[in-house]
Ligand binder design. Structure first.
Ligand code: ZN
Ligand code: ZN
Length: 261
């Protein structure tokens, strides 16, 4: 997308020539900010300064400064006291980068067998390959539409309906009852390396089934019934795991069967 590329270049140029203190700005590119905002919108519907700061490992003050510039460049829209959202222009740029990132992750994880953490880190480096490369890679990999974390790869020419449906119907673990088998649909925390790592080691990956064993004030215990591994995770992190309750449907079928016969 040559137009998007030009905007980023112009924005960087303006910031470098007009501002004195651009060090923090240039250490994290405009692309990184747009990507982070896209991901938080995907999780929470909005991106908050604190979340962006934590993910990019910069101060909240730096984030506020950059957000002002992104707003001036009409790349984001601000919702007072709530956070920011991407503008259509900002979203178009974010989509081209996220698409490359998630296709690269798919390749690194499923073809080259790198774990989820390494796939995420190396994908960041591959994002700078031209779009032509990723278009061919997509076809080579039989047109996947979700990354290994379960997230939809945006900006593709076609999608499989059942994969989209799974994302539309899933919910955060916190909204699912204890004791119900849950199919993991998304792990929205590619940036929480420790959690991604723990989940992977416990076999709690996208497509596998888990059960919430206990929910307490600050944490929850989840269990993988196939290997009997349990994991205690803080409720804040439980927000990043999405799934579909499997027995709700079975339960209602079971309840209605006697009525029909
Ligand atoms: Zn990633
Ligand atoms: Zn991913």
């Amino acid at each position: 997308m040559p137009l998007a590329g030009k905007h980023i270049y112009l924005l960087l140029l303006v910031s470098h020539s007009l501002r004195g203190n651009v060090l923090s700005y240039s250490s994290r590119s405009v692309e990184d900010y747009l990507k982070a905002i896209y991901k938080f919108e995907e999780i929470f519907g909005i991106a908050k300064t604190g979340d962006i700061a934590r993910e990019l490992e910069v101060t909240a003050a730096t984030v506020s400064k950059i957000l002002k510039r992104l707003e001036a460049g009409k790349l984001i829209e601000r919702l007072p006291y709530e956070g920011v959202k991407l503008s259509p222009k900002g979203r178009a740029i974010a989509i081209t980068i996220i698409k490359k990132h998630r296709l690269a992750e798919y390749f690194l994880h499923y073809y080259l067998k790198f774990d989820l953490v390494k796939a995420h880190i190396y994908a960041h480096m591959l994002e700078h390959m031209p779009e032509e490369f990723f278009n061919r890679l997509w076809i080579f990999m039989n047109k996947p539409c979700r990354c290994p974390h379960g997230n939809i790869i945006p900006g593709l020419p076609e999608y499989r309906e059942e994969e989209l449906q799974e994302i539309i119907n899933d919910s955060p673990l916190l909204k699912i009852k204890e004791g119900v088998p849950i199919k993991i649909t998304r792990i929205l925390c590619s940036f929480h390396f420790d959690l991604t790592d723990k989940l992977t080691k416990a076999g709690m990956v996208v497509g596998n089934t888990i059960i919430i064993e206990k929910i307490s004030t600050n944490s929850m215990v989840i269990r993988n019934p196939s290997n009997n591994t349990a994991l205690e995770i803080p409720l804040y992190q439980a927000n990043f795991i999405r799934g579909i309750a499997l027995s709700d449907r079975k339960h209602s079928e079971w309840c209605t069967t006697p009525m029909r016969s």
